[in-house]
Write a protein that binds this ligand. Structure first.
Ligand code: SAM
Length: 659
C-alpha cells in the first residue's frame, strides 16, 4: 500500500498550516441568490417585524439561510447533496475544527493508485482518472470514519461538503453536469479546503431533505422563504454527479453524461404541475410572512428558461393567503450562454399572511389526557373575546397555548410541570436547547436524528431503549438528588423526553421513577419545543401553581374565561394514582363553577360522562339541576387508554359551558 494511503488509515498527523478555507458561497449554483442577499435582507428588515425563525425550504446552496444566522433556521432541499452542505453550514452539532483540518490535510497529500467506483465510472469525463480515484477514495474513507466513530455526523457533513466544493471547482463542465467537454487537458487538480461555518449558530436549527410541499405541513416559522426552480431545468439533472458523490450509493449510470436514475428527485416545479404545486405549498404554510423569489422570464429567453408559474397565478395565490407586495431589482442571471439575455428583473413577492387562527401547536410534553386532538372541537366554542383565560388544570398547556386571549394564566398543582414551563419561558429557545444538548452529551444518550437508528444497533419499531437504558438511569439518579434551579428542570424535561411514553411520574418519595422509553430528542420533539417556547415568548403567559380551590378568581371579569380540564373521576389516568382526585374534589369544582357563573364569569369544563362502563353520576346530577350547555365531543383516548381492551367502549367526552 502506498505510504499516503497507509497514513490515512492509521491517522498519521500532517501539519495543517498550508490549508485553504472555504465559505458557503464559494460555489457556483444555478439560481443562487448570493448576489441578491442585500435585496432580500433589506425587504425583510424593512417589511417584516419580529422575525425570530426563518425557513429556507428550497435552500440550494443555503445562501439565503446564511444571511439569517442570527435567527433559528430551518433549511430544506430535496437534493441530498445540498442537505449535507446545510448540515455542515448550519447544524448546531458541535465538531472539532482541528480534526477536520487534520483529515483534510491528509486527503490533500494522498496519491491513490487503485481504482474505485468513481474512477471506474467517471474516469476522464468530468474529472481526470487520478482525481476520480482520489474522490472515490476520500468518499469511502469518510464513511469508514463515521462507522468506527472517528467522526460525528457534523464532521461527516463538513468533510463531504469540502469534497463536493473541491470537486465542483475543478469539474470539466460549463457550470452544470449535463455534459462535459471532450478531449480537454485536466490541468486543475483536486484540493480540499476547510469549510468555515458561521459562528454562534442557533441551537434550534434543523435541516431537512424532503419535498418542500410535504415539509411545510409540519413546520412553523415566522418567515418562510421560497425559491423554487423557475423553469424546466431539473436540478437533479444539472447536479447528478454531486448528488451521486454525496449519496454514495454507487448506482449504475447511463448516457454520455453518465447520469444515475433520478426519477425520485424530479421536481414538479420544473413541469406544468408547477402552478398547482405552488398553490398547495402556499395553502399549507404556517407562518406570518412568506417571501418568494421568482424571476420575470415568462416571455423571454428560450423555451427551457421560461418561468413555469405566471405572475397572475402567483399574485392570486398569495392574495388569498394575505396581503401580497412585489419588490423588484435588476439582476444578471446565471446563464450557460445559450439564451442571450443581458439582464432581467429579479422579483421578491412578500405575503403578509392573514391568519383566521394562529397555527395550532403541540405541547412539548406528551401529557396524559392532553387535549391536543380535541382542540378543533374545543377552541371554536370559546368566546371571541377573552381578556384573561385561566387554564386552571393546564397539564400540557395544549388548550391555553392555542387559545386566543390577551392574557393566559396557566395553573396546575403539579409544581414540576410549572417549573419546567417557567424555565422554558425565562431561558428561551437557544439556552434551553444548549442545556438539553449538554445533558445528552454528558450522559451519552442517543441522537437518532443525527445518526439514525442503525448507528445505535436499533430499529424504529424496537426503539432506542436498549441503547439509552444505562445513560437514562444515570440521568434519573442525578436528577433525583434534589436541586431547584432551571438546570434541574431542563434535566427533568430531558428525562421525560427519554422516558417511557414521554410520561411524568414520581413515587411517594418524590423521585422520578419511570423507566427508559423508545424514543429520543428527535426533530419532532425539538420542533414542538421550539414552537412552544417561541409562543410563550410572543404573548402574555403567566404561570401559577396552586390547588384549584385556592386560585384567586377575584380579578376576573365577564370577559374572562376559566377553562377546566380536571382529572376525570371515572377514568384511570396516572395522575389519579397518587393525588387522588376524589368525589369531594369533584363537588368542590362544581361549586367553584357555580360561583363563577353567579359572577357572570364564563367557564368551559371538559369531562367525561361515561367511560369503560362507568358513568359520572355526580356530574350528570349537577347538569340536570343547572342550565349549562353541554356538547358531546368525538374522541377516543389514544394515550391514556393503551391498556383498554375494548376500544369500542369509547368515552362520552363533553364540553360544558355557561355561556
Ligand atoms: C432556485 S434553487 C434555490 C437556490 C438557493 N436559494 C440558493 O441561493 O442557492 C431551487 C432549489 O430547489 C430544490 N428543489 C426543487 N424542487 C424541490 C422540492 N419539491 N422540494 C424541495 N426542494 C426542491 C432544488 O434542488 C434547488 O436546489
Amino acid at each position: 500500500m502506498p505510504s499516503a494511503e497507509r497514513s490515512i488509515l492509521y491517522g498519521e498527523a500532517i501539519p495543517s498550516s498550508a490549508l485553504k478555507t472555504t465559505y458557503i458561497n464559494n460555489r457556483r449554483y444555478l439560481g443562487s441568490k448570493y448576489k441578491l442577499l442585500p435585496f432580500i435582507t433589506s425587504v425583510v428588515t424593512e417589511h417584516c417585524e419580529g422575525v425570530n425563525s426563518v425557513a429556507d425550504i428550497f435552500a440550494g446552496t443555503g445562501a439565503v439561510a446564511s444571511a439569517f444566522t442570527d435567527k433559528r433556521l430551518i433549511t430544506n432541499d430535496n437534493l441530498y447533496s445540498n442537505y449535507i452542505c446545510h448540515l455542515a453550514w448550519f447544524s448546531p452539532l458541535a465538531y472539532s475544527q482541528e480534526k477536520i483540518e487534520q483529515i483534510i490535510a491528509l486527503y490533500n497529500k494522498i496519491d491513490i493508485t487503485q481504482d474505485n467506483y468513481m474512477s471506474e465510472t467517471f474516469a476522464d469525463t468530468f474529472f481526470s482518472k487520478t482525481d476520480c480515484r482520489k474522490i472515490g477514495f476520500i468518499r469511502d474513507d469518510i464513511e469508514r470514519r463515521l462507522a468506527i466513530g472517528d467522526i460525528n455526523e457534523r464532521e461527516r457533513a463538513l468533510l463531504i461538503t469540502s469534497l463536493l466544493y473541491a470537486a465542483d471547482k475543478i469539474a470539466n463542465t460549463c457550470g452544470h453536469y449535463d455534459a462535459f467537454r471532450q478531449g480537454v487537458e485536466f490541468d486543475k487538480h483536486l484540493e480540499l479546503s476547510v469549510p468555515i461555518p458561521a459562528n454562534g449558530l442557533n441551537a434550534g436549527n434543523v435541516c431537512y431533505n424532503e419535498d418542500a410541499n410535504e415539509l411545510v405541513k409540519r413546520i412553523l416559522a415566522d418567515l418562510v422563504y421560497i425559491d423554487p426552480p423557475y423553469n424546466s431545468r431539473q436540478y437533479c439533472d444539472a447536479y447528478h454527479l454531486l448528488e451521486n458523490i454525496a449519496r454514495w450509493e454507487k448506482p449504475s449510470v447511463s448516457g454520455v453524461a453518465r447520469k444515475m436514475d433520478r426519477n425520485e428527485l424530479k421536481s414538479d416545479y420544473c413541469t406544468k404541475k408547477a402552478s398547482k404545486a405552488f398553490e398547495n405549498l402556499i395553502n399549507n404554510i404556517n407562518s406570518r410572512y412568506i417571501l418568494l423569489s421568482y424571476n420575470n422570464m415568462a416571455q423571454k429567453g428560450n423555451n427551457r428558461s421560461n418561468a413555469k408559474i405566471s405572475d397572475e397565478d402567483i399574485i392570486s395565490v398569495l392574495s388569498d393567503k394575505g396581503e401580497a407586495r412585489v419588490f423588484t431589482q435588476d439582476y444578471k442571471p446565471f446563464s450557460a450562454g445559450k439564451s442571450d439575455i443581458d439582464a432581467h428583473e429579479e422579483r421578491l413577492f412578500l405575503c403578509i399572511c392573514k391568519h383566521k387562527d394562529r397555527p395550532i401547536i403541540q405541547s412539548p410534553l406528551n401529557y396524559t389526557g392532553g387535549k391536543f386532538k380535541l382542540l378543533g372541537q374545543i377552541l371554536p366554542n370559546f368566546p371571541k373575546r377573552i381578556d384573561t383565560l385561566v387554564d386552571l388544570f393546564c397539564g400540557g398547556c395544549d388548550v391555553g397555548i392555542n387559545a386566543r386571549a390577551s392574557q393566559v394564566i396557566f395553573n396546575d398543582n403539579n409544581k414540576n410541570l410549572l417549573h419546567i414551563y417557567n424555565a422554558f419561558k425565562n431561558l428561551g429557545n437557544e439556552t434551553v436547547l444548549f442545556m438539553i444538548n449538554e445533558i445528552i452529551d454528558k450522559y451519552g444518550l442517543s441522537r437518532s436524528n443525527e445518526y439514525g437508528y442503525d448507528f445505535y444497533g436499533c430499529d424504529s419499531s424496537g426503539g432506542l431503549a436498549n441503547y439509552n437504558r444505562k445513560p437514562f438511569l444515570m440521568l434519573r439518579k442525578d436528577f433525583n438528588i434534589k436541586n431547584d434551579d432551571y438546570g434541574h428542570y431542563i434535566m427533568l424535561y430531558t428525562l421525560i423526553v427519554y422516558a417511557f411514553n414521554n410520561q411524568i411520574r414520581f413515587n411517594s418519595k418524590g423521585e422520578f421513577n419511570l423507566p427508559v422509553g423508545k424514543r429520543d430528542f428527535n426533530a419532532k420533539m425539538k420542533m414542538k419545543l421550539c414552537n412552544f417556547i417561541d409562543r410563550l415568548k410572543s404573548g402574555n403567559y403567566i404561570f401559577s401553581c396552586v390547588d384549584f380551590r385556592k386560585f384567586d378568581m377575584s380579578p376576573l371579569t365577564d370577559n374572562s374565561l376559566v377553562y377546566c380540564d380536571p382529572p376525570y373521576l371515572i377514568t384511570c389516568a396516572t395522575y389519579n394514582e397518587k393525588d387522588g382526585w376524589n368525589e369531594q374534589c369533584e363537588r368542590d369544582l362544581y361549586s367553584l363553577l357555580d360561583t363563577l357563573n353567579e359572577r357572570h364569569i364564563k367557564f368551559a369544563l371538559s369531562n367525561v360522562l361515561r367511560s369503560k362502563g362507568n358513568s359520572n353520576e355526580i356530574l350528570a346530577e349537577w347538569l340536570r339541576q343547572r342550565d349549562y350547555r353541554t356538547i358531546h365531543l368525538d374522541y377516543s383516548y389514544s394515550n391514556a387508554n393503551y391498556q383498554t381492551k375494548n376500544k369500542a367502549d369509547t368515552a362520552d367526552e363533553v364540553l360544558i359551558m355557561n355561556y
